[in-house]
Design a protein around this ligand. Structure first.
Ligand code: MLC
Ligand code: AMP
Length: 493
């Protein structure tokens, strides 16, 4: 096994330099072409003065240069900081300052949001925008020998879990990335003959650490899309060129609705995978009926990448997330005693193995609280294991709303809304939603009765990513609290 994603990619490049790696709109890149582009990023970063272990942020929409920059940062010995393209002032200020990123690659659409913040960013020295600014940055005279990362070096800081209102940077090592992708390639039988339709955003684990890593390390190819669009995806599936498609459940719901308006049906693919949020048994069954194939549901999280999968061969059991990936461990423990529970009993899921992250960036206490003494990671997901080893997730110990596969931590939205003029008290919670799985809702006690729903939503939109804003705002006289003073969100629901 290679020591890193970069090394595995370069091995494939050496083996088949001319093989198609990535297509995107009118561009096609062979393995050699992507490696050459990545090399230019690496050389330019080194010439600019990036030192080993220093952070570089990617605040970019899906495009080939996302991956060239990603691999180039590793070649220069740097650490990648992933940034959701929907992030606004509050998230950007926190992530860029907390990670200490020195440089950020971005695109035209996102530049104004960064520029609005520039004076608030303590570490960021340079912003490089795709286009002419990037072309100039990549002009480089020096000789460059790419760095090959060691397994224990830090690869990525991915921000997640805002239980304290501020997200924490999960530190993923090169070992975590390569071990996890090897497990999933083995489980799903990924080979160089696969061609993936990749519409997931590359700034999260699903798109990057499953879709892109699997492709680059298998010597396979992918067609990358800027965004998911159900009509376009359906048309692409009809071409019969693809062997795999990966999506969040909302994408499958939309594909089903698209199929209901079409007469032609796509031929079967080798594999459809769903994850990042619960796939309902109903969507699983409808998809099987309409597309003629059972979706393979798997379960992951930023801190551990992929944890469990339904079998590639064997029963894909709706409503379950399957079994641990090869070489990885899982168990269910009692939430209070932390003792392992037998099959059929509800508790918290814990996982262990070489896929589990190192800890949270600059948060030793949060790191210590997330692990047991013998190295089990507490996922915060509640569930049980069946007698034959299939896991079911049936709740969350952590307060988290998952909307369309994106995570929203109520605390972050509450903290922001608490600073909205006219708000006295606020509680944010999730409500079921047919399309997105869950939607964000807020209950507000007003200090000023003229405060409107529109003002609340606009205040959120200006400061936080759009998907975090409440879709429903209810004004209440008082928030329901228990004897301890804790807000009882189930009553609001
Ligand atoms: C977009 N919008 C959403 C939303 N996505 N609202 C709620 N939930 C979402 N997920 C809002 C935008 O704010 C905007 O509203 C409006 O919808 C249109 O934006 P858009 O970008 O055009 O939306 P759309 O194309 O409809 O996006 C839906 C989607 C997208 C499902 C295609 O959300 C998506 O790509 N989700 C994938 C998320 C993902 O990759 N998760 C993996 C995390 S890794 P307005 O009003 O603001 O303009 C992980 C580990 C694991 O969890 O196990 O994989
Ligand atoms: P993130 O922090 O974005 O990585 O999100 C990880 C969380 O998504 C997990 O802790 C789960 O709560 C949830 N999740 C991921 N995959 C699934 C799935 N297949 N079913 C249910 N929940 C899931």
């Amino acid at each position: 096994m290679a020591d890193s994603i970069l090394e595995a990619f370069l091995n494939n490049c050496e083996k088949s330099p001319d093989k198609l790696c990535l297509s995107f709109e009118s561009q096609s890149l062979s393995y050699a072409a992507l490696a050459k582009r990545a090399h230019r990023f690496g050389a330019a970063l080194q010439e600019w003065g990036l030192e080993k272990g220093e952070r570089v942020a990617l605040f970019l929409e899906n495009c080939p240069d996302f991956l060239a920059a990603y691999l180039g940062i590793f070649m220069a010995g740097g650490v990648v900081v992933l940034v959701n393209t929907a992030y606004k002032q509050v998230e950007l200020r926190h992530i860029l300052n907390d990670s200490g990123a020195r440089l950020c690659f971005t695109d035209r659409e996102r530049l104004p949001e960064l520029e609005r913040l520039h004076s608030d960013l303590s570490s960021l020295e340079k912003i490089v925008m795709l286009g002419a600014t990037l072309d100039k940055f990549l002009l480089c005279e020096s000789n460059f020998a790419p760095h090959l990362p060691q397994p224990e070096e830090l690869a990525i800081i991915a921000y997640t879990s805002g239980t304290t209102g501020r997200s924490k940077g999960a530190m993923l090592l090169h070992r975590n990335l390569i071990c996890n992708v090897e497990s999933l390639r083995q489980a799903w039988g990924w080979t160089e003959n696969d061609h993936l339709l990749l519409t997931l955003p590359l700034f999260h684990a699903h798109g990057l650490m499953v879709g892109a890593h699997g492709t680059l390390t298998s010597g396979a190819s992918a067609e990358l899309k800027r965004h998911f669009n159900a009509t376009e995806v359906y048309d692409s599936l009809l071409t019969g060129q693809f062997s795999m498609f990966f999506g969040v459940p909302t994408m499958y719901t939309r594909l089903l609705s698209e199929a209901s308006q079409r007469s032609e049906k796509p031929a079967p693919l080798r594999l459809y995978v769903a994850g990042s949020a619960p796939l309902s048994a109903q969507t699983f069954e409808e998809f099987k009926e309409v597309f003629g194939q059972p979706i393979l549901e798997r379960y992951g999280m930023t801190e551990t990448i992929m944890n469990m999968t339904n079998p590639y061969e064997g029963e894909r059991r709706p409503g379950t997330v399957g079994l641990p990936f090869p070489g990885q461990e899982a168990r269910v423990v009692d939430v209070k005693t932390r003792q392992p529970l037998p099959p059929g009993m509800d508790g918290e899921i814990e996982v262990r193995g070489s896929h589990v992250f190192k800890g949270y960036w600059n948060r030793p206490q949060a790191t210590a609280e997330s692990f047991s003494v013998d190295g089990w990671f507490r996922t915060g997901d509640l569930g049980q294991m069946s007698a034959d080893g299939y896991y079911t997730i049936n709740g969350r110990a952590k307060e988290l709303i998952i909307t369309g596969g994106y995570n929203v931590y109520p605390r972050e939205v509450e903290e922001l809304l608490q600073s909205c003029p006219g708000v006295a008290e606020v509680a944010v919670y999730g409500l079921p939603d047919a399309e997105m799985g869950e939607k964000v809702a807020a209950a507000i006690v007003r200090a000023n009765l003229s405060l409107s729903e529109e003002t609340v939503i606009t205040f959120c939109k200006d400061n936080l990513a759009g998907y975090k804003k409440p879709r429903q705002v209810t004004f209440v006289e008082a928030l329901p609290r228990n004897a301890m003073g804790k807000i009882q969100k189930h009553l609001l629901r």
